[in-house]
Design a protein around this ligand. Sequence first.
Ligand code: ZN
Ligand code: ZN
Length: 320
Amino acid sequence: MMKKLGRRAGQPSPPIVRIRRPLALDERPDIAGNLGFIGIHLFCFAVLVTGWSAVAVTVALLTYVIRAFGLTAGYHRYFAHRGFKTGRVFQFILAFIGATAAQKGPLWWAAHHRHHHRFADTEHDIHSPGVRGFLWAHVGWVLAPKNEPTKYQSIPDFAKYPELVMLNRWHYVAPASLVVALLALGQVLAVYAPWLGTGPLQLTVWGFGISTVCLYHATFFVNSLAHVSGSRRFMTRDDSRNNPLISLLTLGEGWHNNHHRYPSSERQGFYWWEFDMTHYILRMLSWFGLVWDLRAPPPEIYAEAKAGASTEPASNREAA
Ligand SMILES: [Zn+2]
Ligand SMILES: [Zn+2]
């Protein structure tokens, strides 16, 4: 019985040293530099004026799912980890869709994420809840001036594409174009389909404001909650967890312990019962030749999972 309980609890976490010190000057929230981020949160309160409609909520769901895919498939699994291959045009399309989520540029995002894998849950990790506290890991690091520049040296393989560098620099053009599209669609629907009960402001509050804020915090949960709450299949040197709820919210990114064990795999749900919507969509896109060479965990990883192995190869962190 005890053995069974132990197996269910999963692999133990490594000892993590909590750093308790006041925030340095370049770690304090930069309010002036993040007015857009803060403004999008405040903009959601406009829903008290606009109310809701079925079409606005549907558009919010659509913009959430499409942009979540841009982040998970594009920013994360492609740009940060090269989990699959694609052509230069579709690479840019993925980057642009990801950029509409207003989480800065693809090179900024992916370079910081590579850094996270290299130093996960050590004092050098940019967002470890165990080391610097939950709030810092969730959102504090995003607002810190020290994390504002793109770590170009961490992503030379994609920084060689001028169109990606340009999008990275002018990333706010992508969310701004989504806002313009929603305002225009809302106006068209208000004039030609007034029975739908929507308009430019309502459609933008739902399709951009609420959808973006939900997507912010779902994404941030991968950095904060998925290093705190969930099960550990693999004994990684970080405190990553598999969390089904986060996987539902992020189209499959909650299998974070799987992911830290083998970061270059395109799929993060390693088994059919581990919901991974991003993987299903990428598989479908591969049938049409839009993406190819989807990398999967090798047999040794499955053997390790089955055995509940207690050791981890030294290459674990380098595989990012
Ligand atoms: Zn992580
Ligand atoms: Zn990753």
